[in-house]
Structure formats: C-alpha cells, structure tokens
Ligand binder design. Sequence first.
Ligand SMILES: [Zn+2]
Length: 224
Amino acid sequence: MKQTIDLKVFISTQDSSCGECRENLGRKAWITLNDEKGALCLSCADLDHLIFLPSGEAALTRRARKHSTLTAVVLQWSGARKRYERQGLLVEAEALEQAEQECLADSEARARRREREVARRVELDRHYVESFAERVRDLFPGCPAGREQVIAEHACLKYSGRVGRSAAAKNLDENAVRLAVIAHIRHAETDYDELLASGYDRRVARAQVAEAVERILAQWETLI
Ligand SMILES: [Zn+2]
C-alpha cells in the first residue's frame, strides 16, 4: 500500500533546462535527476500535481506522508554547509487535506492552513484557469464533470512558481491541452503513481499504463 521510497526533487542552483520537454527552466527550478536525460522538470517527471509542504511542522508532515501514495523530498544545496538540506516534502493534495484535518484540533495548524490556502490561491491565475478549463471541455466533451477544472488548475500551477519565469509561455494549443489531460488520466485513473512510488522506472511505468490511458482518452474525446 504505502510506498517504500521518497523520490528526490532538487531546487537547482544554476540555469537549467528540461531533458525531455527542452523548456528553459531558468534559475532555481525544481527538478528531478534522471540517469538518461539529466534534469527533468516536475511536469515531465509527473510530480507536478504534488503540493509543497515546507519543513517545520513535524506532525503534519508525518501524517501527510502516511496518507500520500507518492511523496518527494525537496532538497537544496547549501554552499555554506556543503551539503543538501531538506526544504520540505511534496505530497498529494488529498493527503495534505486529510493530514490537516487530523491536526485541526490544534488552532495553530488552522491558522497555517489559512495561510497556505491564500498562498495557493495567489499562485493560480484565475483567467488562465478558466480559459484552459474551457479548452479541455471543448476537446474532451466526455470527461467527467469537474475534471476540466482540476486539469486546468494543474496546468496553471505548472506555469507559476516552480518553473522559471522564462518558461511562462502560457499555452492553450490543442497539443498542450492534450498533454495535460493525458498526465491527469495517468495519475488519476491508473495505478501509475503507485508504480512510481514503488520504485518503477518512469518509462516502464508509463508503458505499463499506456493502454489504459489511450482507452480513457478515447472515451473522453467522445460525447457520451
Ligand atoms: Zn519538462
């Protein structure tokens, strides 16, 4: 059930670009390291649906990790201390919510939660999310109600915060929307995340769920 490994995400200290989508990520981008391709942006690594929980709240972190299928430790190199330092944990949104509820008895946790919600809302560009959601609905009329919103918020997060400003070319073309939908299906409708969490190579895991993804994509493309 619960994964045995934490994936690692690094906050880069220099200019980097993604070895898969080739996007220039700018400085301080959040990346994973891949044996073949070098740095990968979190979207290509299929980790961009995870929410960042900064270090410092031990109980919340412990509970969130327990509830999250997929987690990644965020590390940053400290030049002064000459070692990687842990900045926090990337966890699933639902796992964080569940953990927060368990911590809610504590009024301080309640206050922190409000702060985080405000921060998250600021991150989302409302207008972009709306346009993106509309595009998803047009191109995938068979997708379950409400999913277009989830997919759009995701796509919007990708272009803020964790990706360098240089990569902020907000894209509404059919291919970009399609890729966002595929990524969503992979992680919401298949056991891809469980495969990653149990240590499968991303390529092997993708191949394993490819057929299921194609089938669901075809369903969503048709109006039932
Ligand atoms: Zn990429």
